[in-house]
Each structure stands twice: as C-alpha cells, then as structure tokens.
Design a protein around this ligand. Structure first.
Ligand code: PHE
Length: 582
C-alpha cells in the first residue's frame, strides 16, 4: 500500500493547523464578543473555556487523527461502521462553510484593489452596503450578481486550489507565507493601533473587566462558542491534518502550541482593533460604543473609515486587506482539505479530482452570496451552521469518542508519543464536562432562535437554515452507506515499544496549569481586596491584561520551547522505537 502523504516537517504541520485556526474569527469576532460580554471579564471566561474545553478537544482530535491515520469519516468508521456518517457530517459542514468563507475572501480581494485608490470614499458604509454589495431589501430579492465579487471569487478559488494542489506537500510550503505574513502585519497594526491618539479610550473597553457579567450564562456560551469556532474544531480538519503526521510525531504538545497561539493571536489582535476604534471615536467625536460593530461592518466599513484618516493611508489600506486575505486563505483551504482528504480516503480519488470537484461545487453554491441578497443568506447559513453544525458535531464527536471508544487507550497512546502528557483528568473532562457544557450551549442558542427568531428575518428565509442543518446529516448517512471504491484502508496503528519521555511530560503540563490557576486565584483575591482598599483598583485591569497575555502568549512560548529542546532526544527515541519504520 502506498504510504500516506506526510507533512514535510513538524513546523509545517503546526503552522498549517495554526493557519486554519487563525482566521477572520480572531480579528472581527473575538474583539466584538469581548466588548459585548464584559471586556476583561470575558477574557477570563475565554481562558477558562480554552483550558477546560478547547485544549482537551484539540488533543482529542489530533490524537484521533494520528491514531488511525485516516480522514474523519474513515477514522470514525474504524471506531464502528455505524459512526462513519459523523465524519461525513463534519466534513460537509466544513464544505458549506467554505462556500461563503471564500466569498468573504473575495471581498477582501476586491478591497485590496480598492485600497490602492481608496475607492470606498468618505461614506464607507454607503459604499460597502450600497455600491459594493448592492444590498437589496430582503432574502428573496436577489438583485443580480455583483460582477466584481464574482470575478474575485473565481480568483479566490484559484488561490485556494493552488494552495492544496498536492495536499499536505503543497500546504507545507504555503503555510510559511499564510501564517507569518498576517502575524507580521498584525504586529504592524497593533503598534499603529495603540500609538494613535485616543487609543486608550478604545483599549479601556477591551480590557476593563465587568465582573458582574460573569454571572450571565450568555457570556460563558459566547466564550465556549468562540473557542470552538476559533480552533476549527468539529470540522474534521484537525483530524485530517493529524492523519498526515509521520508516525513518530508528538501530539499533545503540538495541540497546546496550536491552541495557545490561536488564543494569543486573538488577544493581541484585539489591541489593534480597539486602539484604532478609540482613535476613530475620538476623531469623530463619538463614543467607542457607537463606532463598534462586529462582523463584516468592522472590517469593511469601520476600518476603511479609520484608514482614510491615517497618514500613509494607501499603504495601510493595502496592508490591512492583505492581512485579511492571508488570514482567511489558510482557513479556507483547510476546510476544503477536510472534505478532499475524506473523498480520497473513501473513493481513492486523486488530488485533482477531489480538489476540482469541491472547488467547482463550492463556487456554484457561492454564487448566491455574490448577489444583492448575498449578505442576508450568508448571515443565515453562518448562524445555523455554527450552532447546529459545529457545536452539535463537537457534542456528538465527544460522546462517541469517550463513551463508545476506549478514551483511556487514546490518552495513553498520545502520551507515549508526546513531550507533554495529560493525566486521567482529560478522560473525565471529555466524558462529562465538555458534553454538558456544549449541550447547554446548543440548547440555549436553539431556544433563543426558536423563540425570538434571528435578526428579524422572515421565517421563509430562516427555514433554509433549518433545512440545511437537517439535510447535511442525512446526506452524510447516505454517503456512509455507499460502498467504498478502494479497498478499505487499514488503520496503521502503531504503539511504540517505549514512551517518549516519562514523568517530566506530566510535570510540564501540571506546572503550566498550576501557574495559571495560582496566579488566577491571586488576581481574584486582589480584586476582592480592591473593593475595600480603593488604591488597589487601578491595578486590577493592567494585572488581568498581563495575566491573560502571559497565560496565552507565555504558554505558547513555553510549550514551543519544549518542542525545540526535545528535537534531538526525539530523533534518538524514534530510531530506537521504529527502527527502519518511518
Ligand atoms: N477558525 C477560523 C477563524 O477563526 C474559522 C474557521 C472555522 C476555519 C472553521 C476553518 C474551519 O476564522
């Protein structure tokens, strides 16, 4: 049997996964959620969601993919034939998301061109909704295709297909650009953002904690939802990406580096956004709350208006939209690769066939989003897939893999390979805590949507959201019943005869958790004291900011350093354990 495609290096894998995770969600979703949900208090909820669910799930998906070395559907069918459909469901949701994610990318392309002449003029809102999108009055008034968007969509698809031309092999090269370029640009925008006059006004909104908001369950739901969306969990992506890992690869430390880098990027990105918003509010004599918008409004209306006011505005404009583009492209192709690898595993297709079929179909579906009613449809599809696709899949996946599969076997398997190891607590968190948390999340959102509707949209439009979430699992079941056209691939499970590092692996994780917990407690105590000694009050916000920064950025650096230091030891170990086997 030909051997499975592999990442060219560990760095390539980690960057690809980080690239998938870091996307538009970090730049426009995270800061907005943060403001909406209590500023610095939300950051704490976010950190807790990251540690209690995001990281355990990331470890779960990477372990699962590494263990069976198969894309999601085939991997689930190894657990039990009955479960294959769950994998298909995940990759179909991924596919549906690509159909509009590519359109947002296309807007970014259009705007990169507009930035050269600042074609958006002074009234950026009128330009975006009017001239550019030609937004109609409702879902069923399509108002024709916007040609520039359609052309940009074609270009976006060419870029996406180019980036995954030969699967992991091509992606291994592309990710050095699509991860480092946006990181660099983000740093530029953070520095620019926080040095603008009035920036402090904006930053205050970002980080000042409103602790009373932590009592509102809505905050926690936002925090967990944001963590899942941002980590690209529940789409079969991380399972597919981990399935391309060479046998000897580390699992758990990679999961930690990926998850913490994603959180760190979101947190740091917030400074760029809120600094600029503070500046804009100051210059236009408004309050920050008035200028703050989530979603496309932030990137395509508010930011262009801010760019207009900056010195060197043309350059900043081009760089900003280049940043959006490079942020989006690796998320977009990871979504495609999730389905593509599933088709290759089941039907033995080649890269060209799977890539072109997916790109062609997704492009065709995407055309609806290039019409004057596009934004309305995008909004419905996005909301319903997020709640009833993504979250439901995380829930089902978690239950199946912990209750119908030997979760402790998976834990020991991953620990054997990893520089950082997890204790038994991981089993219990995934078995009990995460399913309950996610269930609460889905239920609350579902009740809200059923009771209040969504954005005042008519039921005739909302029904499409429901149809979509019902149809996807049905198609998934049908396709799982189709006979595979290639001989069933054997899972190449290989248990190493000797674990890579021992107790120190547990110690590393525990030390990190202990530090985060103890300093978190210290901050809580200080906050309580500050109620009595008002001199302490000024300390609270900066300390929380520093704390979150260290927990995310410091954590990512700490674990990345371990991975660098262990390089040699890993080679020696792999040689002993795998002798001759790759
Ligand atoms: N994680 C990406 C973001 O934050 C979005 C995404 C979701 C990408 C799902 C792939 C899959 O924007």
């Amino acid at each position: 049997m030909e051997s499975r495609e592999h990442w060219s290096s560990r760095n390539a894998f980690i960057l690809a996964a980080i690239g998938s995770a870091i996307g538009l969600g970090n730049i426009w979703r995270f800061p907005f959620k943060c403001y909406e949900s209590g500023g610095g208090a939300f950051l704490i909820a976010y950190l807790i969601a990251m540690l209690s669910a995001g990281i355990p799930l990331m470890i779960l998906e990477l372990s699962f993919g590494h263990h069976f070395k198969l894309a999601a559907p085939s991997a689930f069918s190894k657990v039990n034939k009955k479960f294959e459909w769950i994998g298909w469901w995940a990759v179909f949701v991924a596919f549906m998301i690509t159909t509009y994610y590519a359109v947002v990318m296309a807007w970014g392309l259009n705007y990169t061109v507009f930035a050269t002449t600042q074609a958006w003029g002074q009234d950026t809102g009128a330009f975006f909704y009017g001239k550019f999108l030609n937004l109609t009055n409702g879902h069923f008034e399509l108002g024709g295709i916007q040609l520039p968007i359609l052309i940009a969509l074609i270009v976006s698809w060419i870029l996406i297909v180019g980036a995954i031309w030969k699967g992991a092999k091509t992606v291994s090269k592309v990710v050095y650009v699509t991860v480092f370029v946006p990181w660099l640009l983000l740093i530029v925008f953070v520095i620019r953002g926080i040095t603008l006059p009035g920036a402090m006004e904006g930053l205050k909104f970002y980080v000042t904690p409103h602790f009373e908001k932590l009592l509102d369950p809505g905050i926690w739901i936002s925090a967990y939802g944001q963590v899942f969306f941002s980590l690209s969990i529940g789409f079969g992506i991380m399972i597919a990406y981990a399935s391309f890992l060479p046998k000897k690869s580390d699992i758990i430390n990679s999961a930690l580096i990926i998850a913490l880098s994603d959180g760190a990027t979101a947190f740091i990105g917030g400074f760029a956004v809120f600094g600029a918003l503070g500046y804009y509010a100051t210059m236009t004599g408004q309050v920050v709350t008035e200028v703050l918008k989530g979603g496309p409004g932030l990137a395509f209306v508010t930011y262009p208006a801010i760019i207009n006011m900056l010195p060197l505005s043309k350059i900043f404009g081009i760089l900003f939209f280049l940043m959006l583009l490079t942020l989006a492209v690796d998320s977009a192709f990871s979504l495609v690769e999730s389905l593509a690898s599933a088709l290759r595993d089941k039907f033995g297709w080649g890269y060209k066939k799977s890539n072109f079929l997916i790109a062609g179909l997704a492009f065709m579906f995407g055309i609806i989003f290039t019409t004057g009613a596009g934004l309305y449809w995008l909004d419905v599809v996005d909301k319903w897939l997020e709640v009833f696709g993504l979250s439901m899949i995380v829930l089902v996946e978690c239950i199946v893999l912990t209750w119908f599969f030997k979760i402790d076997h998976l834990r020991r398997y991953s620990n054997d390979y990893s520089e950082v190891k997890v204790g038994k607590w991981w089993n219990y968190v995934l078995k009990f805590y995460v399913p309950i948390a996610v269930f609460a999340l889905v239920l609350t959102d579902a009740i809200k949507l059923i009771r209040d509707g969504y954005e005042g949209y008519p039921n005739s439009a909302i029904i499409f959201g429901w149809l979509l979430v019902i149809i996807l699992p049905i198609i998934a079941i049908v396709i799982s019943l189709i006979k595979r056209s290639v001989e069933e691939k054997e899972a190449e499970i290989y248990i190493p005869s000797k674990a890579f590092v021992k107790d120190i692996g547990y110690k590393r994780f525990n030390e990190y958790l202990k530090t985060v917990l103890i300093s978190g407690l210290a901050i809580i105590i200080l906050t309580l004291f500050s109620k009595f000694f008002s001199v302490l009050t000024v300390l609270v916000t900066p300390l929380i900011t520093l704390y979150i920064f260290l927990a995310l950025v410091g954590g990512a650096v700490y674990f990345a350093k371990i991975s660098i230091n262990e390089g040699n030891r890993r080679e020696i170990w792999a040689e002993e354990v795998f002798e001759g086997k790759k």
